[in-house]
Write a protein that binds this ligand. Structure first.
Ligand SMILES: CC(C)(COP(=O)(O)OP(=O)(O)OC[C@H]1O[C@@H](n2cnc3c(N)ncnc32)[C@H](O)[C@@H]1OP(=O)(O)O)[C@@H](O)C(=O)NCCC(=O)NCCS
Length: 82
């Protein structure tokens, strides 16, 4: 999910992800998974708030624009138990 920087932290990410989860449930999807750079506190806060759980850490798996390697967190949300 990428929002223009002028529109961060005003609730749009939450609204978009809530809607995505609603669609996923309507489609009877089993699970949604994602990777997020460990430094990205806002995104991790958003995913955690909407029920995603941390499932692991991929150490040094993301090469950033800063020329350094960053950890990525693996997160997942199980929607339906089938
Ligand atoms: C990540 C992104 C989609 C989130 O969307 P958003 O509209 O900015 O997020 P929201 O405003 O809906 O929610 C942000 C939450 O982070 C919290 N937050 C803000 N600054 C924070 C910080 N420094 N540390 C921790 N949490 C923070 C807010 O309080 C809010 O939580 P709350 O609802 O409990 O108060 C958006 O910021 C974005 O596009 N970022 C750049 C691209 C990106 O990083 N995408 C994710 C790739 S995995």
């Amino acid at each position: 999910m990428y929002l223009h920087q002028d529109f961060h932290k005003i609730g749009l990410g939450t609204a978009m992800l809530r809607y995505l989860l609603e669609l996923a449930r309507e489609e009877n999807l089993h699970r949604i998974g994602l990777h997020v750079v460990a430094d990205n506190k806002i995104a991790i806060r958003l995913y955690t708030k909407l029920g995603f759980k941390t499932e692991g850490v991929m150490r040094g798996s993301y090469f950033g624009a800063d020329g350094k390697y960053h950890d990525e967190i693996v997160m997942g949300l199980t929607l339906a138990l089938h």
